[in-house]
Design a protein around this ligand. Sequence first.
Ligand SMILES: [Zn+2]
Length: 418
Amino acid sequence: MNILIKNANVFDGKHAALQENVNIVIEQNLVKEIVGGSIPEDDYEAVYDANHHTVIPGLTDAHVHLSITGNSLSDGWRIDEKAVRSVRFAKEMLLRGFTTVRDAGGITFGLKKNIDNGFLDGPRILPSNSMISQTSGHGDIRASHAEERITDRIYASADLNSKLSVIADGVDEVTRAVREQLFLGASQIKLMAGGGFSSAYDAIWTVQFSLEEMKAAVCAAADFGTYVMAHLYTPASMQRAAQAGVKCFEHATLLDEETARIVADQGIWITPGPQLGREYPTTGLPKSTIKLIEDFRNGERSSTEWIDKYNLPILYGTDAFGDIHRAAEIQLDDFRLYKSRFGSFRGIVAATGNIHELIQLTTYQNPYPEGKIGVLEKGSFADLLVVRGNPVEDLDILADAGNIRFIMKNAAVYKNTL
Ligand SMILES: [Zn+2]
């Protein structure tokens, strides 16, 4: 299939200046070339007129959980319910313009396979498979079933049963847990390296996994040509993870200057999802929780400063999971928060060009090696959006789905209101 997109103003994912009034030539599922001038249209099976709108690489959300589609982590739903709901979750993400997502934990094997083979509509998925957690860590989601210990290897919780997370303690268990995710095709490994808001047994300040355990995970991932991403908030967790060789920090909300320097030195990626930058209702919450929320709001402000001062590499990640309507509200709307924190250009690069860089950390485990993701140039997958206005100059434009007039993934058109 040969496709021509004419009258395009192209943002390539890396440079602020657009290539104006050019043609995008697509052959099979790849961009063959981007050229100026007029091109005879007869050679193409389909011709689309971008009408001088901005054409950008398909977006990537680098932190979603496709398999968490209930209202809470421990909703007690059956595995088949979760799987069925994740189908709609994935399709809606694609229709928002996310042609790729990095899944930050949860089983997406069947979903990914059936999207990739064309049976279902959805984004490309960079899967982590199960999140790996220590006992009593942020992925220990036994909730009210805690008394049913797992020492006999019987997982009492439906969520653990679904392998949303797996529990591993000690170098041997962690190594094995990592290898199991690689066996299922994980393109990166997700560790829970610190406490969280949503789990029952780990305060947010807890540091999780010993240095040796994390090093073992990094080593097992590196041997398969990939990297570890870690959930963490505090400087103590981040510094230990950095020492172990973790390459991507998720949240990193309480980043301080000392840690920012380490992150800069080691070229660690940060997904600074604005979890609390959104409206967050506090009525009826205990005082200690309100205090925590304030600390995190302040953390978002100061981490923004350090990210700016040390020019730290960032990724766009929304932690879209749970209630399907909430995900619909935040996934594009977070571009407003990225704009206010990092500016429009850095914000859009976090969802495009930086993703291309990030994927270079994955070699043998890259599920999509035949094309480039996150950039729009020769050799890119034909994953692109036509947007009204220029989101490189004003990222708020992307927060309104109506401005996304055309969505193409792998040379197939999923939306066209041109
Ligand atoms: Zn997450």
